[in-house]
Design a protein around this ligand. Structure first.
Ligand SMILES: [Zn+2]
Length: 140
């Protein structure tokens, strides 16, 4: 990644050529047939409230964003993980990529879903498109 430019990014390829993100996607799709591009501000494939569980497409995208559990310091591979709603489904959270994150079953269990529950271990949240750990006793 070279830098942002407008709504796109400039990427240096392994041949040294600098292309836009859109050009890279075009090239990659023409030759490879599969590429995952994640907007850190908005999820590209969203299910809203139609489905509670992440689709295969969403799981692939989320694993590209976080190849391992997103909890700081955890290295459980995404393929053994779960897909967690940052705003819980029970609180109206949507099954959209922007509201989902890869967690291992342990960290999915200790993540504090209910913002009104007594703080114990903190929770993951998305801030500026990036997943961050929010410690107990804090709010956004
Ligand atoms: Zn974990």
């Amino acid at each position: 990644l070279v830098r942002r430019e407008g709504d796109d990014v400039l990427v240096r390829t392994t041949s040294g050529t600098v292309v836009t993100g859109a050009q890279l996607v075009e090239r990659a799709c023409a030759n490879e047939g599969l590429i995952t591009v994640i907007s850190r501000a908005q999820g590209p494939v969203d299910l809203y409230r139609f489905e509670r569980f992440a689709s295969v497409k969403q799981r692939t995208m989320l694993a590209a964003e976080h190849p391992t559990c997103a909890w700081p310091g955890c290295s459980i591979p995404a393929e053994r993980g779960q897909f967690h709603h940052l705003t819980p489904w029970s609180h109206g959270g949507e099954t959209n990529v922007a509201n989902l994150v890869t967690l291992c079953s342990y960290h999915n269990g200790v993540n504090e879903d209910d913002p009104n529950a007594p703080p114990r271990r903190g929770r993951l949240t998305r801030d500026g498109g990036k997943i961050i750990w929010q410690p107990p006793h804090t709010s956004r």
